[in-house]
Design a protein around this ligand. Structure first.
Ligand code: ADP
Length: 525
């Protein structure tokens, strides 16, 4: 589908350049547009920010008819309407707030072959509720005014997905009632069973599915050990910002609002123009910070996860995570804001053992919170092997180290075979300490937190092993289920203690075949 031999190909490029003011298509956009314009039912799976909207907005202009867009949130619809208006593309929405007069105007336009209305946005609730609107749509399809149905966040159809919405089930009638109109489903997340479910529900079993590969070949992935003291972290960061990234623009993601403000202040004191961005700022302040960064007045934006949606600066040269993200998905998305222009860019994650437990006590109440967190920890503690393998695993894709092109720290330094200590070596000592801490004291007050456990294990073994290798090993033992976190809720905080594992049977340490298996999983995870 990725060719320029379709009757509309040259016009598609002209619309891209002149109407959308964009230079080139991003990966898969052209294919999806060609499939949709050919009348095929199509599904596109592409991470957030990849550019899915263009896959129906551009055909909407090209087809010179009407496109129905089903979108879950009125706020998202409003954002798109504002953008389209700026581009001079006529679009509308009907919701509870729309005046009767406006509804009539829109509904007339929907069945007028000469109308210049290109997109009509509705929520699934609106479709489910309004029979009148549905019958206008049917008429529009009969008259061949309606050219395409785009369904955003299409995974919401499926109960298997993480985001099921009952009103999406109703969309099964679109394909039946609006005969001959192709459907385009868009989503950032759809595993195999969700996809099959979505196809069955929408009645688009033969849909062509395009899945954007996770790989961003211009991004260099690196994990840096995070020093124990904040001063030392700052020093390391300043060295990067004034050395390797001198004069370049980027983002530093922090754990909390407080950390964000402190770090931005410290960077400024040290001569780096930096602005803090988090959810607690007044909207105007936040917007000004964003704008100063976009225009290059501020070189570094120091942000929490609040800095996300709608960020599209093409020349971001680095994204540094000052703390762990809470999931691989989040890390991939946040780090993926680097290098949108296709030029080389760097993604650095600062990792220290203690940070895991800061995040885990925060996410332990979420259903799969710790599981998601451990996938990033697994990425961060890979001492060998291609980092893209961990990312690929997360997105159910296969990856071969030889494709990395030395674009991650491990591939660049040539660390292939597992060169570090065997984590199981530390298990007996760890268990011994956990047991002594738990049973020797009254009221269970001797329960041991992970950083404390690392300290005590290291104390015992300091003659032979570094603190770093102890921390690395303990993290692996937790990831692999030999040790587990046990969360306790107090009125003031959630505390995570380490206990002997429960997720997996204790291994027989004398069994070398087990060890080998485990080492493999360490090397490849
Ligand atoms: P998604 O829906 O996949 O999350 P969007 O459609 O919102 O992503 O697009 C994200 C950003 O990428 C938008 O700011 C959009 O203008 C920009 N974009 C989309 N396609 C292109 C392109 N071909 N070239 C440059 N920027 C693009």
């Amino acid at each position: 589908w990725e060719t320029d031999n379709f009757p509309w190909s040259s016009e598609a490029v002209a619309v891209l350049n002149e109407t959308f003011k964009l230079n080139t298509f991003r990966p898969l956009q052209k294919s999806v547009i060609n499939a949709v314009m050919s009348g095929e039912d199509t599904i596109i799976i592409m991470s957030t920010g990849g550019g899915k909207s263009l896959c129906y907005q551009l055909p909407a202009v090209l087809a010179k008819g009407l496109t129905l867009v089903v979108s879950p949130l009125i706020s998202l619809i409003q954002d798109q309407l504002i953008q389209l208006k700026k581009l001079g593309i006529e679009a509308a929405t009907i919701n509870q707030g729309t005046s009767a007069q406006e509804v009539t105007r829109i509904q007339n336009a929907m069945i007028d072959p000469k109308s210049s209305l290109r997109l009509i946005y509705v929520t699934p609730e609106k479709l489910a509720k309004s029979k009148r609107f549905m019958s206008k749509l049917e008429k529009s399809a009969e008259l061949k005014c309606l050219k395409l149905i785009a369904i955003d966040e299409v995974h919401c159809c499926s109960q298997w997905g993480h985001d099921f919405r009952p009103d999406y089930k109703f969309l099964h009638m679109l394909k039946k009632q609006l005969k001959g109109v192709p459907v385009l489903g868009l989503t950032a997340t759809a595993t195999g069973n969700v996809l099959a479910d979505v196809k069955a529900i929408l009645g688009v079993e033969t849909a062509i599915v395009f899945k954007a590969g996770f790989n961003r070949e211009n991004l260099y992935y690196e994990v840096r050990p995070k020093p124990a003291s904040n001063d030392a972290v700052l020093e390391d960061l300043l060295e990067l910002l004034k050395g390797r990234f001198k004069g370049q623009t980027g983002i530093v993601y922090c754990f909390s609002r407080k950390e964000c403000e402190e770090l931005a202040g410290e960077l400024r004191q040290n001569g780096v123009t930096a602005g803090a961005y988090h959810a607690y700022l007044e909207p105007e302040v936040r917007e000004r910070c964003h704008e100063r960064w976009l225009s290059g007045k501020v070189r570094v934006i120091v942000a929490t996860v609040a800095f996300g949606m709608g960020i599209d600066k093409p020349d971001v040269r680095f994204v540094i995570h000052h703390s762990l993200s809470k999931s691989m998905e989040t890390y991939y998305q946040e780090s993926g804001r680097a290098g949108r222009d296709g030029q080389p860019a760097t993604c650095i994650l600062y990792y220290r053992f203690a940070d895991v437990f800061r995040v885990s006590t925060m996410v332990c109440t979420e259903k799969v919170g710790t599981q998601n967190l451990y996938s990033v920890v697994s990425y961060a503690t890979m001492t060998s092997g291609c980092r893209r393998v961990a990312i690929a695993d997360h997105f159910d894709e296969t990856w071969d180290e030889s494709w990395c092109n030395k674009m991650c720290d491990n591939c660049r330094s040539g660390k292939k075979a597992s060169s570090t200590v065997d984590p199981l070596k530390f298990l007996p000592t760890a268990k011994e300490i956990i047991q002594s801490q738990t049973t020797n004291t009254k009221n269970n007050s001797g329960r041991v937190t992970a950083p404390k456990l690392a300290e005590l294990v290291h104390k015992k073994l300091s003659k032979t092993d570094s603190r770093e290798s102890v921390e690395y090993a303990l993290a692996r033992l937790i990831l692999d289920g030999y040790l587990a976190e046990d969360f306790h809720f107090t009125p003031y905080a959630i505390i995570g203690y380490v206990v002997a594992g429960s997720r997996r049977q204790m291994p027989d340490l004398s069994d070398s075949s087990h060890k080998r298996k485990d080492n493999d999983s360490i090397a490849s995870s």
